[in-house]
Design a protein around this ligand. Sequence first.
Ligand code: DQA
Length: 147
Amino acid sequence: MKVLVVHGPNLNLLGSRETSVYGNASLSDIDFSLSELGKEFGLEIESFQHNHEGALVDAIQEAPAKGVKGILINPAAYGHTSIALRDALLAVGLPFVEVHLSNIHAREEFRHHTYLSDVAAGVVLGFGPDSYRLGLRGLAIKLGRAG
Ligand code: DQA
């Protein structure tokens, strides 16, 4: 069973970007650990990062035809701004889990709202790279692959 991991803008800089907020792990560290964890649940992980909103929308739209059954997404800043990402996720109708490395509710007020949270299967935030791992476990439960 295939899961798409979507990383939004600036997450390609993880490891060097604002390390006091986002930690030292790089995006490839995170993707590797998700692939390994995915194996425990019988999930094949495909990861995609892009800085452009439309490219993220395209990747979400293309997911069902690729056999993807669920989406793990860190929308990064687009979570706070993008109705297009919300609409794409609703359009494909796949269960998705929203994750954030940082606790967005403990930061600036403009980060407190996201356009995805109320339509997500679940939201995990504030645990650094472990937010992704916990989110993948939650998605695996949702997909009947973990208890
Ligand atoms: C983030 C939080 C967002 O507010 C921010 O714009 C990001 C990263 C996180 O993972 O903590 O780029 O999504």
